[in-house]
Write a protein that binds this ligand. Structure first.
Ligand SMILES: [Zn+2]
Length: 317
């Protein structure tokens, strides 16, 4: 179940930060030619991505392979999706959705504003989805938004891609005889992250506040930080039991022990980097000391390597 789908986008993601280096044999040329093209490359690669469906519990499934993990709730009110994947995967996603059930898509929730979770908003809205999100998701999608670490400037999204049902702290929905609780984390991986809890089946989509088996990206450009990411990781642990099924933003389906392992990794690396920074070490010196060495084999193989993650942590301390 781990890391099967879409290796190319994962590799491309590596190049989305200036510090990205090793761990990847593929088209670094492509990025060298134009750093601005990395997000576009990710989108293009999604055109041929394989979509894998995992049935979870009750009427909830996930689709893996186009951007972040997509949750799907089926029923007579129509399908509800959590996150939209990449537009170029529309055909494969449509097929996967049709294979789950014939219900039309009527609702979409965005866990946060990042393109790998919202790129498909416009076509999903076009086929009938009302889009719900935190107000900061709409704000970032509405404006020209620069992500420095990706060296990319996102233009304002078209009207049809914008969430229209907005909230600040908490939003409850009742769809397909299922109670859903949407909760804002406060600043975390960005300043727009929410969790989506399927109460009846005890399934929690945590968006990019957990990357199960990969170092996470931290988006300082739109309000994220390492400390806030750790606070969100703590909040996730506090609200689940050993029975809760957790859908991470990226990586395989998780349980509580995976959340704990993720939090412990974040805390351990923050402590190492923080101690070095307090001694006055520069970023280059901290990177050279390899504070992530003990973690790279497990966490550094795909999206973000140890060097990149060290620089993301260093930036926030
Ligand atoms: Zn994200």
């Amino acid at each position: 179940m781990k890391k099967l789908a879409c290796p190319i986008p994962r590799r491309h993601f590596l190049a989305l930060t200036a510090m990205a280096a090793a761990a990847c044999s593929l088209p670094r040329r492509l990025f060298a030619a134009s750093a601005e093209s990395a997000v576009n490359s990710f989108r293009i690669a999604a055109a041929t991505a394989k979509i894998t469906t995992h049935k979870l519990r009750g009427n909830v499934s996930t689709l893996e392979g186009s951007g972040g993990n997509i949750a799907v709730l089926t029923g007579s009110d129509g399908k509800l999706l959590v996150d939209a994947g990449i537009t170029a995967s529309r055909r494969a996603l449509s097929e996967a959705l049709a294979n789950i059930s014939s219900d039309p898509v009527t609702h979409l929730i965005n866990t946060h504003w990042h393109f790998d979770h919202t790129d498909g908003n416009e076509w999903l809205h076009f086929i009938g989805a009302e889009i719900t999100a935190h107000e900061n998701t709409r704000k970032h999608l509405s404006e020209t938004t620069r992500v420095d670490a990706w060296n990319f400037t996102f233009p304002p999204s078209p009207e049809g891609a914008l969430p229209t049902k907005l909230f600040k702290k908490e939003q409850k929905l009742h769809i397909n005889e299922t109670s859903l609780v949407l909760e804002y984390y406060g600043p975390a991986h960005t300043d727009s992250d929410i969790s989506v809890y399927f109460a009846d089946t005890d399934i929690l989509h945590v968006g990019d506040t957990c990357w199960n088996g990969d170092y996470p990206f931290i988006d300082y450009s739109t309000g994220g930080s390492i400390n806030a990411s750790i606070r969100a990781a703590e909040a996730n642990i506090a609200r689940v039991t050993d029975k809760t099924i957790i859908i991470p933003g990226h990586g395989p389906i998780a349980n509580k022990s995976n959340l704990i392992e993720f939090r412990d990794m974040l805390v351990a690396i923050r402590e190492k980097v923080s101690a070095s920074k307090k001694q006055g070490l520069s970023l280059a010196e901290v990177v050279a000391a390899r504070p992530t060495a003990a973690y790279d084999a497990k966490w550094g193989g795909f999206f973000i390597d140890g060097t990149t993650f060290t620089s993301l942590v260093y930036a926030g301390l």
